[in-house]
Design a binder for this molecule. Sequence first.
Ligand SMILES: Cc1ncc(COP(=O)(O)O)c(C=O)c1O
Length: 402
Amino acid sequence: MERIPDDDSVKKRIRAMCDRVERIQAEGVYFYNMPVTELRGGSRVVVDGRTMTMFASYSYLGLIGHPRINAAAKAAIDKYGTGTHGVRTLAGSLTLHRELEATIARFKGAEDAVTFTSGYATNLTTVSTLVGRHDVVFSDKLNHASIVDGCLLSGAKFVRFRHNDMEDLRQKLAEAPKGAGRLVVADAVFSMDGDVINLPGLVRLCREYNAWLMIDEAHSLGVLGATGRGIEEHFGMPGVIDIQMGTLSKTIPSVGGYIAGRSDLIKYLRHQSRAYIFSAALPPAQAAAALEGFHVIEDEPWRVQAVQRNARHFIEAIRERGLDTLQTRTAIVPVLCGTDERAFQMTAEAQRQDIFVLPVVSPAVPEGQARLRATVTAAHTAEEIDQASEVFAQAGRKVGVI
Ligand SMILES: Cc1ncc(COP(=O)(O)O)c(C=O)c1O
């Protein structure tokens, strides 16, 4: 990099981030990208040679390592190999992909579905394929970065409404120019706070203002609704979401993302979205794992009941001990610490006691709202939940959070 002058803006940006990371590493409170050497199944994980209880997992139903899912992935490699020859449009689409998409559509109560290679790519490509220069996209302020990036890439007018605030959204919808296409997009469960979007409110407004409704179910699939089908089931409102987005990397223990909806919408995305046309398909093992994941959820309904029971237990246990968990009602349980420093100290304390949890600090969350971002799954026992809550409370007292 010697040939680039020191005052070059790219070089300065790289240096600033490296300085920040190196400073935190030098202080001994850098917790990111930790070397996980083994997943022990259930809720155990081996980090740096130490067995810890996992409270940072998105595997909400505890499906990572499920024997049926592992077997399906291995069988797919034996049948199809490890690659897909390239993009599906030109290199051929595996029957496995269509089987997965049909299963997702049935599970989500939609006419059809299409898959992409990550949840991030799914949001990016879907938003930017649906709306363009003369349209307006309305996005909740706390939406995931992949939605924000899709909005920016689309070239549509990008309007952010206050978090879960239907009055603010109504005003903004009313101000949109006549004739412009309108898309309202929100997370079902917000990934930093764990609260649930007001779906009935969004549906009312979208109907009143002729707007399309897109909901990201990354953290609600398998978690919300009596059978884990997500936010429509939770509110008893089947069929109200136009564009149902989800990931295959959280409750479903694979990788990838999907859109479920009307068959004309899916046909359009299959022929117009750049992440589908210009990027290779999901590898066979991952497609097969995802497919089997949906079957296991249907065959083992106790898992959905377990994650919901564990979420209630965990939230109550932490609140009882005087810690603040914001408005969460789901498996994402923020434990507020205040300053970034306190979040780092509480993480160190928790990890010292073999609870694997990570901090989220500014700018990912507002300054002063740094937190442990704990998650609970169907794999946790009641004892593990009580023990982790006690560890968090002890750590909170030690660093002055409570
Ligand atoms: C709400 C939300 N949407 C989309 C994504 C991206 O999904 P993936 O990790 O499968 O790319 C995430 C990932 O954390 C998420 O939290």
